[in-house]
Ligand binder design. Structure first.
Ligand SMILES: [Zn+2]
Length: 193
């Protein structure tokens, strides 16, 4: 019996590993949300072939746990201008939401990305893609021009704040690595004695 094969070291965490969640938070936190009416939710589900008794992930058919942005809010670390409104949201499961991230749905769904519907072998994928395409054309999405609304100063300040946070994380990671190595070294020499 190989006992070492049972062992798995917990993944060590990096401060800079949180960099893209910070970027997402800087964009997500400024996105307006529009609450749909009962009628709009009904219409949305009808387009996706669902109703009260059949409420599932639009991408893979698993139990839906959230509504996911069909068009991503963030591309290349910048806001796309899309917002949280019913015609830009579809029921989704955690697996799909996680796997899709900021990728456009149409290329992600047929990609080999980890946990994507294609790589999980979802059988009725073609029908799901058709429904999502119709859903996408249901209503024109709102596209917000943030800078035009809030003005240059506030907009630039927001991104300066982002840069400060990213820069602090980079510096903090360098110090953390240094501390980690010093502790590891001292522990080795200590345990030899
Ligand atoms: Zn799913």
């Amino acid at each position: 019996m190989e006992y070492l094969s049972l062992f798995k070291m917990p993944t060590s965490m990096k401060i800079t590993g949180r960099s893209s969640s910070i970027t997402n938070a800087f964009i997500n936190s400024i996105i307006p949300t529009v609450l749909p009416t009962n009628e709009q939710v009904k219409e949305a589900l009808e387009i996706l072939g669902m109703d009260h008794d059949k409420f599932e992930c639009s991408y893979c058919g698993s139990t839906a746990s959230e509504w996911d942005h069909l068009r991503p809010l963030v591309i290349n670390k910048l806001p796309t201008g899309y917002i949280s409104e019913i015609h830009n949201l579809v029921p989704a499961c955690g697996k799909c939401n996680q796997s899709k991230g900021n990728k456009p749905w149409a290329s992600w769904i047929i990609s080999d990305a980890k946990l994507s519907p294609k790589s999980r072998g979802i059988i009725d994928l073609k029908q799901r893609i058709e429904r999502l395409s119709i859903y996408e054309q249901w209503q024109d999405p709102t596209v917000v021009n943030f800078e035009a609304i809030v003005g240059k100063d506030k907009w630039e300040q927001h991104w300066e704040n982002w840069e400060t946070v990213q820069d602090t994380m980079r510096k903090a990671q360098i110090l953390a690595t240094d501390i980690n190595q010093l502790v590891a070294k001292s522990y080795k020499s200590y345990s030899k004695k």
